[in-house]
Design a protein around this ligand. Structure first.
Ligand code: ZN
Length: 512
């Protein structure tokens, strides 16, 4: 039993393996056996089977932090389940240099030693960060080169009238060309007929299809958007267009996490590839063009700017937890306003049973309820009592701001230190690290700007609290014939209203 306790003292090594769905991908077994051999020869410890983390990825669509095995790996690192993390090649497992550096930093902070076999990188050696950085940079350039090659290849294919990728609804791919799928083509025709000839709106078309048991190619219900996208798709008149837009990955500054997200960015017209009559049309050009004109007109009429729904953004459907939107309908020359669950609107009655609700009635009822509540607040103020308004939390933002400012200072220090060290370094090393620092400084400064604007918003809302009293006055003098004003005042007091059939569940911004 003594040998056993000796074994237990051996450091636990974890392996992160990335398997690609692309051809010629290296197997996990191969990566692991190579790393086992490496660990044995260096006497680093053991690699138990349960510490092999395996992510299957297609191309490089997801950031490494969104991959399931990487998430588990981070959790286990936090719990101190292993002390060494091995990659066969870290720069191959990630999208870009920035991500590779983030990985090193995240695990280093958790006290984990990171070793990457291919880059001869070991975080316990100070110097190896340079070596690693250069490897990562080279790998990134290689992957960019590949993507340019792929793009050029696609362009050539399209020019020859070949279809690359999944076939659109209504077609199948045969010998690299699109051929009409008779069954699906009937649905495509039905959609254009309903829209152009019968003047039926996209939402109603979607609901009609769903209620007749039709589903999209991937088995999902039809929505206003899928119908709309289909009406706009030039493939149905036998035309292939390629490269009108590019997919780019950018930082999303709206979200708290500041994760990167994918967006479509239009390309210049010179880069477009358009091939006419590359395959059989399902819809004739005349009908298609008519649909385009109707789409343009309808989108202008969709949200009339003169009609405002005071409860928009406040009212939510309790049945499906989605938002409730304001709509209008015309009958006998009069416009009626009503609220409608967005799920029902998009997918039909079988997806949410929340009935539509008359706008005037529900608005009047809510104003009445609010008036009662606010009367109590007013009484409390008159009695000199404090009202429990929810205070915005500025402390966390201020704390984060201090951290970011300290980081900026550190990067500035590192930059000047690096400058004085330049004579002792290889030019390539120097340039690479300098570039990294500049990028880091840039993103930190952007983060700082973000936090400052958040603070400003908080200060503004604190001022808003001071204005509660004036809001009360505003409320009791409210002219309900001005929907914009009503909405503004309602938002001062109400967080959200959950609607369940005709039952209302109002969440106020106050503690009563
Ligand atoms: Zn609903």
């Amino acid at each position: 039993m003594e040998t056993r306790s000796l074994d237990e003292k051996e450091p636990i090594c974890a392996v992160y393996a990335r398997v690609s769905v692309e051809r010629n991908s290296e197997s996990v077994e191969h990566q692991v056996s190579l790393l086992r051999e490496f660990v044995r020869s260096k006497g680093l410890g053991v690699i138990p089977d349960e510490f092999i983390y395996e992510d299957v990825v297609s191309a490089s669509k997801y950031s490494i932090w969104e991959r399931p095995a990487m998430k588990r790996l981070l959790e286990d690192a936090k719990d101190g389940k292993f002390s060494i993390l091995l990659f066969k090649g870290i720069s191959r497992s990630v999208r870009d240099t920035q991500e590779a550096l983030e990985i090193l930093e995240r695990f280093k902070q958790k006290g984990i030693r990171v070793i990457s076999f291919e880059e001869n990188y070991d975080s316990s050696r100070e110097d190896s960060k340079f070596i690693f950085g250069i490897h990562a940079l080279l790998a990134e350039q290689e992957s960019e080169k590949i993507s340019v090659r792929v793009k050029l290849g696609m362009k050539e294919k399209v020019k020859k009238g070949e279809w690359a990728g999944l076939s659109p609804f209504g077609y199948r791919v045969k010998d690299k060309k699109l051929v009409v799928d008779p069954e699906e083509a009937e649905i495509v025709k039905k959609i254009f007929d309903m829209y152009v000839d019968e003047n039926v709106g996209t939402s109603t078309i979607a609901v009609h299809l769903n209620e007749h048991g039709y589903r999209t190619r991937n088995g999902r219900p039809w929505s206003r958007k899928t119908v709309r996208d289909m009406l706009k798709n030039e493939v149905y008149i036998g035309r292939i267009t390629y490269n009108k837009k590019s997919l780019k990955r950018i930082r999303d500054f709206d979200s708290e996490t500041q994760k990167k997200k994918w967006v479509r960015i239009p390309n210049s017209q010179d880069d477009w590839v358009i091939v006419e009559n590359s395959h059989d049309a399902i819809i004739d050009k005349k009908k298609f063009e008519k649909a385009q004109i109707m789409l343009a007109e309808r989108s202008r009429n969709l949200e009339p700017s003169n009609v405002i729904f005071p409860l928009a953004g406040i009212l939510k459907c309790k049945k499906c937890k989605k938002s409730i939107v304001g709509l209008t309908s015309k009958a006998k020359g009069k416009t009626y306003r009503y609220y409608c669950c967005n799920t029902y609107l998009r997918f039909g009655r079988s997806f949410c049973s929340q009935p539509n609700i008359n706008a005037e009635k529900i608005e009047a009822y809510i104003l009445e309820l609010l008036a009662e509540k606010l009367k109590t607040i007013q009484d409390q103020i008159v009695l000199g009592k404090n009202i429990g308004v929810v205070k915005p939390n500025t402390k966390d933002i201020e704390k984060k701001l201090k951290q970011v400012e300290a980081q900026i200072e550190k990067v500035n220090r590192d930059t000047s230190e690096l400058y004085f060290e330049r004579d002792n370094m290889e030019p390539l090393q120097y340039q690479f690290i300098m570039q990294q620092l500049r990028e880091k400084a840039k993103s930190l400064n952007e983060e700082k700007e973000q936090l400052l604007s958040k603070l400003q918003i908080s200060e503004e809302s604190e001022e808003m609290m001071k204005e509660v009293e004036s809001h009360l006055t505003e409320f009791f003098n409210l002219d309900i014939s001005e929907p914009r004003k009503v909405r503004k005042v309602l938002r001062h007091f109400i967080e959200v209203i959950w609607l369940d059939d005709k039952h209302l569940d109002i969440h106020y911004k106050f503690d009563f």
